[in-house]
Design a binder for this molecule. Sequence first.
Ligand code: AMP
Length: 396
Amino acid sequence: MKDGILVINCGSSSLKFAVLSHAGQHILVEGIADKLGSNLSSITFKCDGEKKQIILDDGSHKNAITQIKLWLDSHPNIHDSLIGVGHRVVHGGETFSKSVLINQKVVDGIEECAKFAPLHNPAHLKGIEIASELFPGLPQVAVFDTAFHQTLTPEQYLYPIPMGLYRDHHFRKYGFHGTSYRYISKQLATISKGSHQQGVLVAHLGNGASICAINQGESSDTSMGITPLEGLMMGTRSGSLDPSLLSFISQAEDISAQAALDILNKKSGLLGISELSNDCRTLEEAMTSGDERAKLALEMFAARTAKYLASAATTLENIDHIVFTGGIGENSSYLRQAVCNRLKAFNISIDSELNESAPRGENLNIKAQTCTTNVWVIPTNEELMIALDTINLIQH
Ligand code: AMP
């Protein structure tokens, strides 16, 4: 049966891809093209447990997708199984509240939203254009990171600034990681029947990090904003702070507002505080060897995550489930414990043995016996969600 979906996540300097089959359950090939736009770019293919890297003489997005096409041409069983292409798109603004089949109107809509995601959306558009050129017969679908949060009420999504700025420019909270939250909500409903009628808090903790409150299956609050900078402390992003800092930094350092913003996006967060790394694993190792700054960075990360979870709970009737996901949420027992330690006022507690022995890649409830809130570790799978949306849209 033909059921292969090529999933493309085309970023400004990297491009991740995978071909999924059997309703997204099998990965036939996956890989990443790195350092695009430079003369150090390469593309890696992982298939049947083997890894193959090709150095790219031409580091353009077009060449990266051409290499994927050439690889598929030399693996005709995979190539011929393809029925569609699913693209991850970061910003869908208020235009897109669900995934859509791509046509010219959708391309125009994604272009319109590029003002809020100037690095991401233009890269996605490039990916869409090149993929439609190289895979001419295949329908293409766009899956938006923002779409899941279009259920937020104005009370949650508006910033308390003059209304004209929202009316004229659509300045509001959009939220991101929506494809991950939708997957988690769906997955939770299969392992805990009835969760679709309940209150769920999800912490997607990775290099980018956010939280989401899901009330009866719909996003009711989330921490990221008009861009992914708002909310939690992240790998290199500061998360929320007093906006006056922007002008203080730019004056004190004699740099433009854009350069000051770059500091908040690229040099802050875990990296900024630890002055060592944005990578949680590296910081945990450093902390174990006595690095106080690494410890402070991790404690701040936990404190802010707990604070945002508590604040998002105001949009729920009850905290029935808390879910940890993302590279850090799935793998760092230290940070899961550190976050839950700060939620004692909500009667949240976890079983430290279960937490520490949670097997990688599996769903597990780590709540303490006495705790009435379920505390889950659930691995996210955005590629699967993109493949499923693509299948649904091309079959209807
Ligand atoms: P992501 O952006 O979701 O891929 O997550 C990347 C983050 O997950 C990095 O900060 C990694 O250090 C962190 N991470 C991955 N595995 C582990 C682990 N075993 N322990 C702690 N952090 C981890």
